[in-house]
Design a protein around this ligand. Structure first.
Ligand code: SF4
Ligand code: SF4
Length: 88
């Protein structure tokens, strides 16, 4: 499986680009997130947890706890408020 981005919901904030461990998310010509080299997606779920619009489906096999650690670290580095949605 590869993470799925619903481009009609995406606002182009690019937050998901920062957390992908394989750097396979880009902003396309329409300023919407898009996955390239999808075979490299490990479905870690970090992008989905980071997305403020819930525009990404990426962790059907787990709750994403490990990814939530990544998200918290990135938000701290960028001085962003913690997202209210919790993993578990
Ligand atoms: S699920 Fe993980 S590896 Fe796949 S696109 Fe999202 S952040 Fe990258
Ligand atoms: S984090 Fe969500 S809204 Fe922001 S660019 Fe990625 S998919 Fe789009």
């Amino acid at each position: 499986m590869v993470a799925v981005i619903f481009t009609e919901i995406c606002n182009g904030c690019a937050w998901c680009l920062d957390v992908c461990p394989h750097q396979i998310i880009i902003l396309n010509h329409d300023k919407r997130a898009e996955i390239v080299n999808g075979e490299r997606c490990i479905e870690c779920g970090a992008c989905a947890l980071q997305c403020p619009r819930d525009a990404i489906l990426a962790h059907p096999l787990g709750c994403g706890c490990v990814s939530s650690v990544v998200r918290k670290k990135v938000r701290k580095l960028l001085h962003l408020p913690e997202k209210s949605k919790q993993c578990c």
